[in-house]
Design a protein around this ligand. Structure first.
Ligand code: NAD
Length: 472
């Protein structure tokens, strides 16, 4: 696992093939076939059946890419996706129906409505960390809305990108779907083509490159980015042991390579030691007292570059390692590592960690913690608040804006297919999941039909603008 030769697993799409592939999708869209809701539902059902029939092979591929326990893939990717499929099949006709507009008397005569129109041909650029769910979930939304779709799979999860790309190609009409495989040159070539919407999931730096390229055609963009998602543990949290268990769970799943993973903990001094002791206790419990590269219940780091970044960040930290710290380069293993007494300007506090390292910062009060977030890592993708005092929870919520928020747990909001998921500010813009995915790839077109009979009432708008008309 120490070398990273993705191209021998999933060959890149030839660059000169990309413009023709995108043209074919545009033609597919213009054919009008995606306007038919039954056609869309057939495509979505086909996709669901083909993926479901091959789910064990997909989980094997994720394991090859990330060393992730299959149980975690079931919990964090497969279950959610099947929920997305069921939700869209049950509700698409309702979501796609024209909406009546409630209006005043003047407009009611022309019966304004909103038509949900597909945007056209869209591009989805997906990441490697949940390479099945974060690819197929937006794809379902884009197909449900009646678009043709090109998906650029992640080269960093080559086994999963290969199998999921091949299965999507098998399941879907070639007029409406195209898999694109490869790295930066392929993304760059693809972005030269015109799309009607682009969705990118990944880091800020690439997010800006995507938005800049999209601007050439004024193409709207959804950016699902990351950030440093804080966890507050206040002195009003009555069950510190449970808080530590749930915060750690959010950090160890997929070895912390989760966009909404708790990035760091802000704890009040009154409960700091109890929280630290509980972290040691739970890591011991989760991994039966022995966490090393052979443990089957803990994922590996995706690539050598990501492993180097994380181990370098850890080696520079001035904090106190209270559990973990052991690593293995050959297998890209980094133990879940909790670091206490971390200074504000520590190496672990510069950028999003995106790995199994959990720094704990002590704040003398909730206000001091809020000030720290504002001054350093505003508008995170998620925030987690462990408190049993509702007014304190409300206060923290009112002070810090975040993509999503959970009181007394971590991560689980992502699985709620009926609620929007997305960032705010630096954690991205646009939201998806369930009906929000449908809307993210839909144009809401207002239309109305003006009756001719009441034309005399319209006279006021035509010149000449007489005194009588002006006084009306
Ligand atoms: P990454 O570098 O793998 O980038 C993802 C995609 O961008 C890949 O398809 C890659 O080919 C492409 N890419 C990379 N460099 C490029 C360039 N110079 N020009 C054009 N395209 C390029 O992503 P990463 O940084 O390893 O992913 C981790 C980040 O993604 C974290 O910040 C995480 O929080 C975020 N993330 C967010 C979500 C979400 O839903 N909000 C989900 C997963 C990951």
């Amino acid at each position: 696992m120490s070398t990273f030769d993705w191209e021998s697993i999933v060959p890149a799409t030839p660059l000169d093939q990309i413009p023709g592939d995108i043209q074919r999708l545009r033609k597919g869209f213009r054919s009008g076939k995606t306007l038919d809701l039954n056609y869309r539902l057939d495509q979505i059902r086909n996709l669901h059946y083909v993926l479901r029939d091959n789910v064990e092979a997909i989980k094997d591929a994720v394991y090859k890419d990330l060393g992730r326990p299959k149980h975690e893939t079931d919990l964090c990717e497969v279950g959610f996706l099947w929920g997305e499929f069921n939700n869209v099949v049950a509700n698409l006709k309702k979501w796609a129906a024209d909406e009546d507009v409630k209006t005043n008397l003047q407009y009611s005569i022309s019966s304004p409505k909103i038509r949900k129109r597909p945007l056209g041909n869209v591009l989805i650029i997906s990441p490697w960390n949940y390479p099945f769910m974060l690819t197929v979930s937006p794809l379902i939304g884009a197909l449900a809305a009646g678009n043709t779709v090109a998906v650029k799979f992640s080269e960093m999860a080559p086994h999963t990108s290969k199998i999921v790309g091949d299965l999507c190609t098998k399941a879907l009409d070639p007029d409406v779907f195209q898999a694109i495989q490869g790295g930066v040159p392929v993304v760059t070539k693809t972005l030269e083509q015109k799309f009607d919407k682009i969705m990118y999931t990944g880091n800020h730096t690439v997010g800006k490159i995507i938005a800049t390229a999209a601007n050439k055609y004024l193409t709207p963009v959804i950016l699902e980015l990351g950030g440093k998602s804080p966890v507050f543990v206040t002195k009003n949290c009555k069950n510190i042991k449970l808080a530590a268990k749930r915060a750690l769970w959010g950090k160890v799943v997929n070895a912390g390579q989760t966009c909404v993973a708790p990035d760091y903990v802000i704890v009040e001094p009154e409960v700091e030691q109890e929280f630290i002791d509980a972290c040691k206790y739970w890591i011991n419990e989760f991994y039966s007292g022995k966490i090393d590269q052979y443990n089957p219940d803990f994922a590996k780091i995706a690539t050598p570059n990501h492993w180097n970044r994380l181990t370098s960040m850890l080696s520079k930290s001035k904090g106190e390692i209270i559990t973990g710290g052991n690593t293995d380069e050959k297998t890209r293993f980094i133990a879940p590592t909790v670091v206490a007494k971390v200074p504000d300007n520590d190496s672990l506090m510069e950028d999003e960690i995106f790995g199994p390292l959990l720094p704990i910062l002590t704040a003398r009060s909730v206000e001091e913690g809020i000030k720290y977030v504002h001054e350093n890592h505003d508008t995170p993708l998620a925030m987690y608040v462990f408190t049993d005092k509702a007014s304190e929870g409300d206060y923290i919520q009112s002070q810090i804006n975040s993509g999503g928020l959970i009181f007394n747990d971590t991560l689980i909001h992502v699985g709620c297919v009926q609620a929007p998921f997305g960032g705010v500010g630096m954690s991205g813009y646009g939201a998806y999941h369930g009906e929000d995915s449908f809307l993210a790839f839909t144009h809401r077109q207002t239309y109305l039909n003006q009756p001719k009979l009441l034309e005399p009432l319209q006279d006021v708008r035509y010149a000449p603008y007489t005194k009588t008309k002006r006084s009306m």
